[in-house]
Design a protein around this ligand. Structure first.
Ligand SMILES: C[S@@+](CC[C@H](N)C(=O)[O-])C[C@H]1O[C@@H](n2cnc3c(N)ncnc32)[C@H](O)[C@@H]1O
Length: 331
């Protein structure tokens, strides 16, 4: 098997056919450019490049390893593909400054971690094997999960575990983490899993899945600032879209899906005061929802690709420029 096929096998793109169908009206425009904001192993991008032979794709990822693997997989497409090491909240800078484009026709966001990141034991995303407590999607920068568990105060740890992991035993886990680190800093995922086993009552452990599931999710979200990043990225991604352009977002947990739903609803609702007799042009909705609510994967995919189980897909189309009073403020 070639290395590129090997890369393809490491991550099966979720709801691929539906993504292509939803993006198609935007990608059929001559000279269309898609920003795949979460390039990963390049599965969605490869399918777009094959299905739309005139489209160019700019693939962003914060993970240099993903960019390298996807870059090699997509090399046969030559200059129709450009990989960029960036966080997706920087999409405006990438499109306008680095690529010199005024707007793009489509944006795709397939959120979360890739199977590659979960499978690479040494990156510390998985609770199934002992590894350094890292969890950074971009290992070249920023605090690790070890930094979080060793330096955050107990109250902050409780908040993160509750908010990002919906962990019922957050208080007990945080207390036990603090007691552990008073003796020696925590450096391994295995040490954390032991604490979780000791903190979660045996009866809950029998029914609630792996004791690491919720805490590992919470730490990953905190380490990578996933919600802050997404909250900034959504309006920025909508603003780089040309009129008629489309955005498709696949979210895998409710906190993310809520942010997507809110950002789309904001654009799809008139901002005119209710008592105005005529809706001014500047207050008309600038988005049209293309999906009704969030779509889920179909039965066949649910069976063949476990990653698709929690997906919630939403799509929207740009109707007009974002009115000035609704634009995001430049950072
Ligand atoms: C679910 S995977 C994408 C898989 C891809 N669609 C495919 O078919 O191979 C998500 C990717 O997004 C990247 N990512 C997550 N958050 C990011 C962010 N804020 N900025 C840029 N990339 C991010 C991750 O590093 C990961 O490689």
């Amino acid at each position: 098997m070639t290395e590129s096929r090997d890369t393809a096998d490491r991550h099966t793109p979720v709801m691929l056919a539906r993504c292509l169908e939803l993006l198609a009206p935007a990608l059929e425009v001559p000279g269309a450019v898609l920003v795949d904001s979460t390039l990963g192993m390049g599965g969605h991008t490869e399918a777009v490049l094959r299905a739309f032979p005139r489209v160019r794709v700019v693939g962003l990822d914060r993970d240099p390893q993903a960019l390298e693997l996807a870059g090699r997989r997509l090399a046969p497409f030559g200059d129709r593909f450009t990989g960029v090491h960036a966080v997706y909240d920087d999409i405006a800078d990438v499109v306008h400054t680095r690529l010199g484009l005024g707007s793009v026709q489509a944006v795709l966001m397939d959120l979360g971690v890739s199977s590659l990141q979960l499978d690479e034991v040494e990156r510390g995303f998985s609770y199934a094997q002992d590894a350094p407590l890292d969890m950074r999607m971009d290992p070249t920068t920023g605090p690790t999960a070890a930094d979080v568990v060793n330096t955050y105060d107990e109250r902050e740890l409780v908040r993160i575990l509750r908010e990002y992991g919906e962990e019922r035993y957050a208080q007990r886990i945080a207390r036990n983490i603090v007691a552990f680190r008073e003796r020696v800093p925590m450096t391994r995922t295995g040490e954390l899993v032991q604490i979780l086993r000791a903190s979660i009552p045996a009866a809950t452990r029998k029914t609630g899945g792996h004791p690491g599931k919720r805490t590992f999710q919470a730490l990953r979200i905190e380490v990578n600032r996933e919600l802050e990043s997404l909250e900034r990225a959504l309006p920025a991604s909508i603003e780089v879209l040309a009129v008629g352009g489309r955005i498709v977002v696949e979210a895998y947990q409710s906190l993310e899906d809520r942010l997507v739903k809110r950002a789309f609803a904001r654009g799809a609702t008139s901002s005119a005061p209710v008592d105005l007799p005529v809706e001014p042009e500047t207050h008309k909705p600038y988005l049209r929802l293309v999906t009704r609510g969030a779509e889920e994967a179909g039965a066949a995919e649910l069976e063949s690709n476990p990653r698709s189980q929690s997906v919630r897909l939403r799509a929207a189309e740009r109707l007009r420029p974002t009115p000035v009073h609704m634009r995001r403020r430049e950072p």
